[in-house]
Structure formats: structure tokens, C-alpha cells
Ligand binder design. Structure first.
Ligand SMILES: NC(=O)c1ccc[n+]([C@@H]2O[C@H](COP(=O)([O-])OP(=O)(O)OC[C@H]3O[C@@H](n4cnc5c(N)ncnc54)[C@H](O)[C@@H]3O)[C@@H](O)[C@H]2O)c1
Length: 351
């Protein structure tokens, strides 16, 4: 099949990771059109990819641009409207996480894609990151046995108030973001932990909100029980203010996404690279598993193009994106009621 012709919608922060990915697989996909209300962003992107049509309005891109697919890198409140409109015009869809703000929006996106017989992929890029993908292979190989306890967290310094006047300011508002750091970011860990351990049965949550940073929560602790019986502990901390001392990131804030898995036959963690300790191994010490680090978006956009070219269902399809969001929404319900919440959540307006 020909190269997939991509219309990039939203040329802000995360679009750079998508552009980098497409530039690394020019034999599979090419960005032909870019839309952003800040037209100068779209123009800069067009120049970076060696020329593309530029639009200020995503509707115009959908009407006029000769593209096979859209790649949606927009604020969360725009994911569902753009995805549904794209499906109605027969375009395949890659949408950044979080898939949407509500299960109803997710269901509308899934139904529109099914009606139009187009691919719908949610950019849960961690599954395509070589380190997290290698962990999945190790778990599936049985090397640490049956999973009993999974701990995943995400640490970053994110102050949405500081972005209020520029790109990214939308994320300050609960209505546009759909929640806070749990829905926006811990959803990465919900997606990964479901990939490792299967469906979630029960969700709890406690949150901490710092109103001068954003309307939604900045810190959240979300315990999980899986259908398998395993337990999970997920934490988002968007208030890591210490500066990193690593040579690669001397001025940046400390950013870490830690995984600690414990199974019947061993343990695995990713502090300073993947390490495994198998029960009974002699000597009893963690062994390093070398992995070449390739960012998730590189694999994600290539996978999206492959799925279109080879007519395959994406690994992180609409149902997987919806399931990760469902955990986040259950966490909010738990915080609101002070109770553990059983999944699945009921949908108020089924499509
Ligand atoms: N996978 C990751 O690690 C990761 C990291 C950051 C953000 N994200 C996700 O990426 C998405 C975008 O976040 P971001 O940080 O890039 O936001 P951003 O604010 O930096 O970029 C959004 C862009 O959309 C444009 N835009 C806004 N309204 C528009 C409209 N109506 N029509 C056309 N363009 C419009 C803005 O001008 C801006 O350039 C969100 O879903 C976010 O959760 C993912």
C-alpha cells in the first residue's frame, strides 16, 4: 500500500514526539497537512516535515486535505468531536491519550469508527516504549511467575497555572482536561498495568489538589484489585520540584516512571534499567536486562501506519483506551464516595 497520508491536528507540545516518529518511518507515513488555531505552529511543523498544507481550523483540514488519517494532538475536550467528524469522512484516527473525558465520548468515537470501518488507535505510547514493552515480554514469558503485586508510579513537575497565557493553558481547567493528573497522566500507568495484569475489578483513590497549580488534583494514590486477584498500587505525583542531577537532564525536573512487579517466582523493577531477581537463583541478586531505549511515540506512529497498511486492529484500540479511562473515572468516583468502586462502570447514555 502507499504511504499513509497523515493530517496532524494540533501542533503543540506533544506533536513534536509524533513528528519525530513520522520522520523516522518515511517509508510508511508522511504528514501532508497540519491544522492548528495558532497557524504559526502549523507553519513551523509544515516546514519541519519538508512541506505540508497548513490550516487554522481542523474542520477545513477534514474538508479539503487529501489525507487517509488524522493524528489528533489536541486538548481533551476536542478529542471526541474531531475523531467522530474524521470517522464520518472516512479517515483513520490516532488520538493522543487520554482517549476522551467520559465513557460516553469514548463510545461515540468507537461507534463512529466502526460505522466508517476506519482504524481507531489511542496513543498510549508507553506500550510502544522499548523498556515497558520488554517488561511485558518478561511477564508473559513467565519469568517472574503469576503476578501478585504491581506498583507503578509517575513523578513529574507540572504547573498548569504557569502555562495559562500560552499553549497548554487549557489543561488548568477541570472541564477541558476532564479531571486532574490522574485522568490526564496516571492513565499511562492504568493502560500499562492492565496490559501486564489484565482487567481491573475494583478501584480506590485519594487525591490532593493544589488550586494554584490547576483545578484538578496534582497528586493521587489509586489502589487496584485485578480480576486475577492480584493487587496494584498506582501513584501520580505532579509536584516533584527537585531538579534532576542526571547528566542527560541537568536543568529539568526529576521525571520518573517506576515499575515494581512481584510474582510467585520473582521480582522485577526498572530503577536504572530493567532488573530481575528470580526466586531460588544463586546468588540471590537482581540481574540487569539490557534494553536499547526507543521512545514510545516512535513505535506508536509506525504501528498506526502498519495497522492501516496491513488492515490490522491497533494494540491500543478504542476499547483499550476506554478501559484505561474507566479506571480513572472510577478513581474519581471512589474519592467522591469514600468507597472502593467495582468495574465496569455503568454508562449513563449508551450509544
Ligand atoms: N503521551 C504523552 O506522553 C503526552 C504528553 C503530553 C501531552 N499529551 C497529550 O497530547 C494532547 C495535547 O497535549 P499538549 O500538551 O500537546 O497540548 P498543547 O496545548 O501543547 O498543544 C495543543 C495544540 O492544539 C492547538 N489547538 C487548540 N485548539 C485547537 C483547535 N480548535 N483547532 C486546532 N488546533 C487547536 C493549540 O494551539 C496547541 O498548539 C493531550 O491529549 C495530552 O494529554 C500526551
Amino acid at each position: 500500500m502507499h504511504k499513509v497520508r497523515i493530517g496532524l491536528v494540533g501542533a503543540g507540545g506533544i506533536s513534536r514526539a509524533h513528528i519525530n516518529g513520522y520522520l523516522k518511518c518515511p517509508e510508511k507515513a508522511i504528514i501532508c497537512a497540519v491544522a492548528d488555531i495558532r497557524k504559526e505552529y502549523a507553519e513551523a511543523t509544515a516546514a519541519q516535515v519538508g512541506g505540508a498544507e497548513v490550516y487554522g481550523d481542523w474542520r477545513e483540514l477534514l474538508e479539503k486535505a487529501d489525507v487517509d488519517a488524522v493524528d489528533i494532538c489536541l486538548p481533551h475536550d476536542l478529542h471526541a468531536p474531531v475523531a467522530v467528524a474524521a470517522a464520518e469522512r472516512g479517515k483513520h484516527i490516532l488520538v493522543e491519550k487520554v482517549m476522551a473525558r467520559t465513557l460516553e465520548e469514548c463510545d461515540a468515537m468507537i461507534a463512529a469508527a466502526e460505522r466508517a470501518r476506519v482504524k481507531l488507535m489511542v496513543c498510549h505510547d508507553r506500550r510502544y516504549h522499548t523498556v515497558f514493552a520488554r517488561i511485558k515480554e518478561i511477564v508473559d514469558s513467565g519469568a517472574i511467575g503469576r503476578l501478585l503485586c504491581l506498583r507503578l508510579d509517575h513523578n513529574q513537575d507540572v504547573n498548569m497555572a504557569a502555562r495559562m497565557d500560552g499553549v497548554g493553558g487549557w489543561a488548568f481547567f477541570r472541564e477541558r482536561l476532564g479531571g486532574g493528573a490522574i485522568l490526564s497522566c496516571l492513565v499511562h500507568q492504568f493502560d500499562l498495568i492492565r496490559w501486564y495484569a489484565g482487567d481491573v475489578a475494583q478501584v480506590g483513590a485519594m487525591t490532593l489538589t493544589l488550586p494554584d497549580r490547576m483545578e484538578g488534583e496534582t497528586v493521587g494514590v489509586v489502589p487496584l484489585r485485578f480480576r486475577s486477584g492480584a493487587l496494584g498500587d498506582t501513584v501520580i505525583n505532579w509536584f516533584i520540584r527537585s531538579r534532576s542531577l542526571t547528566p542527560e537532564n541537568p536543568a529539568g525536573s526529576l521525571w520518573g516512571e517506576l515499575v515494581w512487579l512481584s510474582g510467585t517466582d520473582g521480582n522485577l523493577h526498572n530503577f536504572g534499567g530493567i532488573h530481575i531477581l528470580r526466586h531460588g537463583a544463586q546468588p540471590q541478586r537482581f540481574e540487569h536486562v539490557p534494553v536499547e531505549v526507543v521512545p514510545g511515540h516512535v513505535g506508536a506512529v509506525a504501528h498506526f501506519a502498519d495497522c492501516i497498511r496491513e488492515d490490522r486492529d491497533p494494540l491500543t484500540n478504542g476499547r483499550e483506551g476506554r478501559a484505561a479511562l474507566e479506571v480513572a473515572l472510577a478513581a474519581y468516583r471512589s474519592e467522591g464516595t469514600g468507597r472502593f468502586i467495582d468495574l465496569p462502570l455503568e454508562v449513563e447514555r449508551p450509544v
